[in-house]
Design a protein around this ligand. Structure first.
Ligand code: NAD
Ligand code: MN
Length: 358
């Protein structure tokens, strides 16, 4: 068996407490899976910026490109006021490695009074353009300052994000077939505001729909759904079990995926992956959590699920499934939980418990 090399980028704050948990779970995977891992520690973040003047050292990027099969990114702190020379390393990394999709599954483990039907959806956010091209300017208008930002939507980026959303829908369908959950239909919901932004979001909508009409999706029965983002957000919180795969331009995807974390509890539970063609970086959705930093109580589950998500995009679906199962078993039992989940356990105790269940 080949050894898979994983880049570890803890970043700042609790990133340094949860990324070691990610490494531990990979090292603890059952030998029967036939997987071996090696690790390389890589720098990025605000502390790195203060030390070296670069939030994302060139060496981090080069090592990921040349040596790594996958990577894990913790979280970084941003300076409170704009700091000259600093820009977010994860945003830069997505650009430099062309990780054009941000994938965020949101899944409930047990029914709740609010949501008796299981929630099992994934938000696929376009990661390279929209307002995040950061082409902004400020000038003096007749009544004071005015600031403007470019919202860029391209046919090529919209095509590839919708295509990967379709592929994720197909993979979820395959997984459901193996678990016998075949009653559920596959669907991709295209999210936009083309009633107002008829050109930019209009292009996203028509291009995404067209990409999803490809035979490989159509023949597998993937339904194309299309919703305006504001009413879609309403429905997402009223009836989350309606959704399967949601594809959205960068800004709507960012907001929807953080907000959707509230459907299943703590931010400390929700994973993500930054995905390109042939490379994925797992990343918990939360930030560096300075309020709990250093206390050893950060919830490691978002990171452990991000490890599983990274493995899925490395085509290691069996290993991924075993991590998801062990995490779910810990949550269902509900005895060893970190304080954000109402428990008293430390990060390390939760990781130990999950490793025992692998
Ligand atoms: P945050 O996610 O760091 O924290 C929000 C709240 O959730 C805090 O009360 C925190 O304690 C709690 N929380 C988050 N993750 C947790 C976990 N794993 N276990 C237990 N509790 C958890 O968001 P914030 O406070 O808005 O931002 C803090 C810093 O992180 C800022 O500098 C921000 O810019 C940065 N940030 C980074 C990322 C990233 O690296 N991708 C994302 C969001 C925020
Ligand atoms: Mn966000």
């Amino acid at each position: 068996s080949r050894t898979l090399r994983i880049g570890l980028i803890p970043g700042d704050g609790i990133g340094r407490e949860v990324i070691p948990a990610g490494r531990r779970i990979l090292e603890a995977l059952p030998a029967s899976l036939g997987l071996k891992f090696s690790f390389v520690d890589l720098d990025a973040g605000f502390d790195t910026f203060k030390r070296t003047g670069a939030a994302l050292p060139e060496q981090t990027v080069e090592t990921l490109k040349k040596e790594c099969d996958g990577a894990l990114f913790g979280a970084v702190s941003s300076p409170i006021t704009a700091t000259k020379g600093y820009s977010s390393p994860i945003v830069a990394l997505r650009k430099k490695l062309d990780l054009y999709a941000n994938v965020r599954p949101v899944k409930s483990v047990a029914p709740t009074p609010c949501f008796p039907d299981p929630i099992d959806l994934v938000i696929v956010r376009e990661n390279t353009e929209d307002l995040y091209v950061k082409e902004e300017k400020t000038y003096d208008g007749p009544n004071g300052k005015v600031a403007e930002a470019i919202k860029r939507i391209s046919e090529s980026a919209s095509t590839r994000i919708a295509t990967i959303a379709g592929e994720i829908a197909l993979r979820r369908q395959r997984v459901r077939e193996t678990t016998g959950e075949t009653s559920r239909k596959s669907m991709v919901t295209v999210t936009h505001k083309s009633n107002v932004m008829s050109q930019s979001d209009g292009l996203f909508r028509t291009t995404a729909r067209k990409a999803l009409e490809q035979a490989k999706f159509k023949d597998a029965g993937v339904v194309i759904d299309d919703q305006i983002v504001d009413s879609m957000a309403y429905k997402l919180f009223r009836e989350p079990s309606f959704y399967d795969v949601i594809v959205a331009p960068n800004l709507y995807g960012d907001i929807l995926s953080d907000a959707a974390a509230a459907l299943v509890g703590s931010l400390g539970l929700v994973p993500s992956a930054n995905v390109g063609d042939g490379f994925a970086i797992g990343e918990p959705c939360h930030g560096s959590a300075p309020d709990i930093e250093g206390k050893g109580i950060a919830n490691p589950i978002a990171t452990l699920r991000s490890v599983a998500l990274m493995l899925e995009f490395m085509n290691q679906e069996e290993a991924a499934a075993s991590i998801y199962k062990a995490v779910d078993a810990n949550l269902v039992e509900g005895k060893l939980l970190t304080p954000d989940m109402g428990g008293k356990a430390k990060t390390e105790e939760v990781v130990n418990d999950i490793i025992k269940r692998l």
